[in-house]
Design a binder for this molecule. Structure first.
Ligand code: MLT
Length: 249
């Protein structure tokens, strides 16, 4: 039975965030890199989309694709969704990759900031959000040495539908602490983060690895919040290693 690797993008992104991973990882698994509801080519009609709702969309997608052995790989908000998925369908996931994410809920201030982000997206537009987020999502080294990558990431964020961004921001504010869910996930798991990730400081990744019975931590040097894009070779090697472990030969 072959493995399906489901790549779940973060906020406010779309499937293009995986452009440097899909071909390389396609040698080890069938790779799905969908746009989440409202993102990419879609537009949103929701005022809030919970992580559970995104997870249910993905569960339906895996069912349509006939996926049998599944590895979830979630980046940041994608990680929140992956954790919501394993809480609801623990038996249908064979491996987990949590990238630049956290298992804890938002603080009270964080929840207020989400509503401000939602309002800004709707009232000021995505250009403002994308400009403000760029220095937070890329590491200092990447911003200094790879302006073309920075421009690509900024324009991808700016192209997202403001309604979808507002709905996802509100949905993230509603998510519970899922550290306890990780304690019950016994399959192999990787926690990958970036040395320069300002949005998800290292202790958040350490807490997830401590909770996971079969997890390992990998810190990518000189990269920020988007390790899969900033350091694709190392990232792909790590994920390929997990896929080979699950399906040797
Ligand atoms: C993401 O990259 O998906 C976001 O930074 C997650 C968040 O805002 O919590």
């Amino acid at each position: 039975m072959s493995i399906t690797l489901l790549l779940i993008h973060g906020f406010p992104q779309d499937h293009r965030i995986w452009d440097l991973n899909t071909d390389a990882l396609g040698r080890y698994a069938k790779v799905l890199a969908p746009d989440l509801r409202g993102f990419g080519r879609h537009a949103s009609r929701d005022t809030a989309v919970t992580m559970e709702a995104f997870a249910a969309d993905l569960h339906a997608l895996l069912h349509r694709e006939g996926a049998e052995r599944v590895v979830l790989c979630g980046l940041s908000m994608g990680g929140y969704i992956a954790m919501a998925f394993i809480e609801r369908w623990p038996g249908s996931v064979d491996g987990l990759v949590l990238c630049n994410t956290r298992s804890t809920e938002d603080t009270a201030e964080g929840k207020i900031a989400r509503e401000a982000t939602a309002k800004d997206a709707l009232e000021k537009g995505m250009g403002v959000i994308a400009r403000g987020m760029l220095p937070k999502v890329l590491g200092a080294q990447t911003r200094r040495t790879r302006p073309e990558l920075a421009a690509r990431v900024e324009s991808m964020m700016a192209e997202q539908d403001p309604g979808a961004v507002a709905a996802a921001a509100r949905g993230m504010a509603m998510r519970p602490d899922r550290t306890g869910v990780l304690r019950t996930f016994r399959k192999p798991a990787l926690v990958i983060t970036g040395e320069e990730d300002a949005l998800m400081p290292l202790p958040t990744s350490k807490a997830m690895v401590d909770a996971l019975p079969n997890g390992s931590l990998h810190v990518l040097p000189k990269v920020g919040h988007l390790g899969n894009l900033e350091s694709p070779q190392l990232f792909n090697q790590l994920v390929a290693g997990l896929l080979q472990q699950l399906q040797p030969g």
